[in-house]
Write a protein that binds this ligand. Structure first.
Ligand code: CTP
Ligand code: CA
Length: 223
């Protein structure tokens, strides 16, 4: 990729990417999290930066190297990730939200480490802000918004519902059913759900190769 033109380059484009899990604090030493490795989002950041994009990567806690030329914004919680993205709402051309954002967060964070008790423990959780829906509601003409969806049943219908309800332009549907694909794995099997009613299904590939497929489709959509 030494030769760039309007169709194979992100040159001049500001690209906002979210990646990784979020950690929702329970007390000073504990959190609610998930198994997201961040690999898919970091592969997207690497691919798009290599193709000339100015990438800002808003990342939850992961243990991955920051790709060359990528601006990293570290966050922990869904609320922090939401704030970091909304601060940049007016300033992106393309946003790709691959983070596995926690849907719920503890209503209260205990100031001290919670002691164990024979009675057990009940946590009250409340919904986190939906970053994709917030960016979708604030989206301006010329901005392209891409979300992800992880589904185990009625995959395509649920992904299309997310596309519409969150005002996204494309949803990357991840198939968990396919063995060898998903959390912590080096591979993914995706279907791109487009806002023109079409769907593009891909084979199981490395996350780097999946990032190339997603980037290629985004380039088609902006040219
Ligand atoms: N997402 C987000 N903020 C949240 C939850 C999800 O930005 N608080 C984004 C994810 O990054 C992803 C998309 O929304 O791009 C879909 O996430 P997913 O978990 O599949 O869908 P939800 O809307 O959270 O619905 P559910 O988990 O019930 O399927
Ligand atoms: Ca969710």
């Amino acid at each position: 990729e030494s030769f760039f033109n309007g169709q194979n380059s992100f040159s001049g484009k500001k690209v906002l990417i979210t990646a990784g899990p979020t950690y929702e604090a329970i007390d000073p030493v504990r959190f609610i999290g998930n198994h997201s490795s961040g690999k898919m989002g970091y592969a997207l950041a690497e691919t798009i930066a290599r193709k000339g994009g100015a990438v800002t990567l808003v990342s939850g806690p992961v243990s991955l190297a920051v790709p060359a030329g990528v601006e990293l914004v570290r966050v922990q919680s869904a609320a922090e990730m939401h704030d970091a993205c909304m601060k940049r709402q007016a300033d992106y051309d393309i946003a790709i939200l691959s983070a596995a954002v926690a849907d719920y967060t503890p209503e209260e964070v205990a100031a001290e480490k919670i002691k164990k008790s024979e009675a057990g423990l009940t946590l009250t959780l409340r919904k986190t802000p939906d970053i994709l829906a917030s960016l979708g509601a604030a989206k301006k003409k010329g901005q392209l918004l891409v979300g992800f969806a992880l589904e185990t049943n009625n995959e395509l219908a649920n992904a299309r519902k997310k596309l519409e309800s969150k005002n996204a332009d494309m949803i990357v549907l991840n198939s968990l059913n396919d063995s060898g694909a998903g959390f912590g794995k080096p591979t993914n099997k995706i279907t791109l759900v487009l806002d023109n009613g079409r769907e593009l299904a891909f084979e199981t590939k490395t996350k780097e190769a999946v990032a190339e497929d997603i980037a290629g489709q985004v380039l088609q959509m902006i040219s």
